[in-house]
Design a protein around this ligand. Structure first.
Ligand SMILES: [Zn+2]
Ligand SMILES: [Zn+2]
Length: 158
């Protein structure tokens, strides 16, 4: 049987199971006692950073309590056990190209076919930035391997 759900990710609303690891934000406004933000994955944490407008932030890994009723987070700073994972908000060199990386026509056609919904043009900018983020991570992996070529596997989960 699956573990009971402790909470839901503040971003994607996926359940975070009891005993599962999850992420919290280092910024105090994301850890208000009444409604602390919890994230199921680095992607979800990443996604909240521009929305929250953090200039500097990191994600900390925590483990959900064993039972659904157990108290949530200790106030930020009180838990020293959480190991620091990845983190600094990436600030991209402003001289790098800012082109739209997605084919708007194809994306809109996909969304329309999949759902009948329309797609706002602003979506292309957000997705382009996400693609740049993903590419930055793949570049780091390729460099760490000492390669001069970014490969498909650099985009796959480790
Ligand atoms: Zn999530
Ligand atoms: Zn935050």
């Amino acid at each position: 049987m699956a573990e009971p759900t402790w909470r839901h990710c503040s971003r994607c609303k996926q359940p975070i199971a009891c005993g599962a690891s999850y992420l919290v934000c280092s910024v105090s406004t994301c850890n208000r006692a009444r409604a602390p933000m919890v994230f199921c994955s680095m992607e979800c944490w990443d996604a909240h950073v521009p929305i929250a407008g953090h200039r500097e932030a990191s994600a900390e890994e925590r483990r959900a309590p064993a039972k659904p009723g157990d108290p949530a987070l200790k106030p930020a700073g009180a838990t020293r056990k959480g190991k620091r994972v990845v983190a600094p908000v990436r600030r991209r060199d402003p001289s790098l190209p800012r082109d739209t990386l997605v084919v708007a026509k194809a994306l809109k056609a996909y969304v329309a076919a999949a759902s009948g919904l329309r797609t706002s043009d602003a979506v292309m900018d957000v997705l382009s930035d996400k693609l740049r983020d993903i590419c930055d991570r793949a570049i780091e992996r390729a460099k760490a391997d000492g390669r001069k070529t970014v490969l498909d596997r650099d985009f796959l989960p480790k």
